[in-house]
Design a protein around this ligand. Structure first.
Ligand SMILES: [Zn+2]
Ligand SMILES: [Zn+2]
Length: 273
């Protein structure tokens, strides 16, 4: 605790369907909260790109961030980002989007399985233990495809379904049952020169831990992982920077001495201090 340079690299504005505050207002809050820098990473769900208006919203989000960046020059580092959901379900659209806007950071995420709703909205009463296991195996398979595609900068909230399965619905999962799958994903992230994200939102939710948790971050390090980002996944101004220092503690305990941020999609490492 008591770190000097706090960067929050995963946040949402009201240009995300589940965000609540404007980009400019969030910058003011981030500056007041003492953050050194913030990346706005509004949702673009590639499989619902035109159906749910992500096409128009992505452009709007980007230009609001650029505007905020110049308004806060010298006060707050503002990074233009995007949280790309399910890019493998429509690779052409995903690659076109990230080629068309000058993002600083692209987060790669899986929020839903193919032709299914976000894990948030699934009715877990319908699934027995085998059903939950099948969901998780399919989820890790899609994460593997995402990591193999590799055209993002950081892999967002690995183990996302646990937020709902274990956190919201109290269904026990032995994450050790998936260690081979998780190893495969981590190895692919490392091979492709990408970063792993520690998403701290789980710390303030029922899950009570980061996504991924400390054991997985330690395993990533053990396998040779070097690039690590931390993000709060804030959807409200009050959550900006939430848990980032806990994430920094985890990074240090797992043997990392540096964190990574991105400018113009180039990784820049800074010491954890
Ligand atoms: Zn997400
Ligand atoms: Zn997010």
């Amino acid at each position: 605790m008591g770190y000097k340079k706090i960067l929050d690299l995963h946040t949402h504005t009201d240009n995300s369907f589940d965000g609540h505050h404007s980009t400019m207002f969030l910058c003011e809050c981030a500056e007041l909260a003492g953050l050194r820098g913030i990346a706005f990473t509004d949702h673009v769900e590639i499989d619902y790109f035109t159906r749910d208006g992500h096409d128009k919203r992505s452009v709007h989000s980007y230009f609001e961030i650029v505007k905020a960046r110049s308004a806060f020059t010298g006060k707050l580092l503002v990074f233009a980002g995007v949280e790309l959901g399910q890019p493998m379900y429509d690779i052409e659209t995903a690659e076109k989007l990230i080629g068309s806007l000058k993002y600083d950071i692209v987060i790669g995420s899986v929020h839903n399985l193919r032709n299914m709703q976000d894990f948030w909205f699934l009715d877990y009463e319908q699934y027995d233990a085998n059903g939950i296991d099948a969901l998780l195996r399919e989820y890790f398979y899609e994460e593997q495809l995402l990591a193999d595609w590799g055209k993002f900068d950081t892999l967002g909230h690995l183990t996302y379904p646990l937020r709902y399965i274990c956190g919201e619905h109290n269904i026990p999962v032995n994450i050790g049952d998936y260690s081979a799958e998780i190893d495969g994903i981590l190895k692919s992230v490392i091979k492709n020169g990408r970063a792993l994200e520690i998403n701290t939102s789980g710390l303030r939710q029922k899950l009570g831990k980061t996504m991924p948790d400390e054991n997985i971050v330690a395993r990533y390090r053990e396998l040779g992982g070097e690039l690590l980002t931390i993000g709060s996944d804030a959807h409200y101004s009050k959550d900006l920077g939430a848990g980032i220092e806990d994430g920094m503690d985890i990074a240090k305990r797992c043997g990392f001495s540096k964190l990574t941020f991105y400018q113009g999609r180039e990784p820049i490492q800074i010491p954890i201090e």
